[in-house]
Design a protein around this ligand. Sequence first.
Ligand code: AMP
Length: 301
Amino acid sequence: MNLVALGTIALDSVETPFGKVKDVLGGSVTYFSLASRVFSKCGVIGVVGKDFPVEHLKLLEDHGIDVAGVEFAEGKTFRWSGYYEYDMNRAHTIKTDLNVLASFKPKIPKDYRKCDFLFLANTDPEIQLDVLDEVKPKYSVCDTMNFWIQNKKEKVGEVFRECDMIIINEGEARQYCDTPNLIKAGRELLDTADRVIIKKGEHGALYFSDNCFFTTPAFPLENLKDPTGAGDSFAGGTMGYLAATKDMKDANVKKAMVYGSVIASYVVEDFSIEGLKKISKEKVRERYSMLKEIVAFEHEY
Ligand code: AMP
């Protein structure tokens, strides 16, 4: 398998100024895999409870995602509830119920081992470390969230040190590095991984490597409904492109990030995964060209 991802598969309850949904399909690896499919087939490692609607798993399969690494365990599915105010850049968590995630011991399908790219989406860092150790990918990338930095910061640090690239959002970068300045945070994280991407929601993303600093805007939208999953979908678009091209040169990572921004723009236009269901390579290429026009400027002074 070229691209494998571990993360949460969730039932989310979300309220934004534009509506409200209860127990809808969500989770970090759900968004990641549905976003990455534009460029790469993704093998998913995760766990759900016996209450998880089988149609959701079928939906992932129907979208070309390999779910051989998803386990149905005794107990309830991971649940997250949260809300957004008019500043849709900030998710407020109401409740996180780990449920079956608390005792999850992943069984890794044989053909996921030694994959080219492994993405450790936001989940328990101890599970991230176990999977990294078992899969032994050629290239590993990770994400995390405030919940895990608060509860297991040392383990999060271990994951960061073990991975080749970190993709993290701005709030978590500030929290982990204990600085309000994202440039300082990015540079500090470069001590632990070769490449760092800091996601800034509606303000795009920053990229740091030894030889490159780059920033892409988010795709500008007037009508957004629910930002849940935008960060995971940005990572999915970025990683899907990198896995398809197998080129980690800075120039290619920049292109991948722009694709990530474009794919994330479809998620926020609707609740849950509805926006992501509609994406196609053609639609993504169209917004990619529009984004290129938006950032282009003359070189002369
Ligand atoms: P984001 O891309 O950051 O908006 O991620 C949203 C998804 O993260 C939601 O669908 C949640 O189910 C999931 N999520 C929320 N809290 C956690 C957590 N502590 N660990 C893993 N996934 C989470």
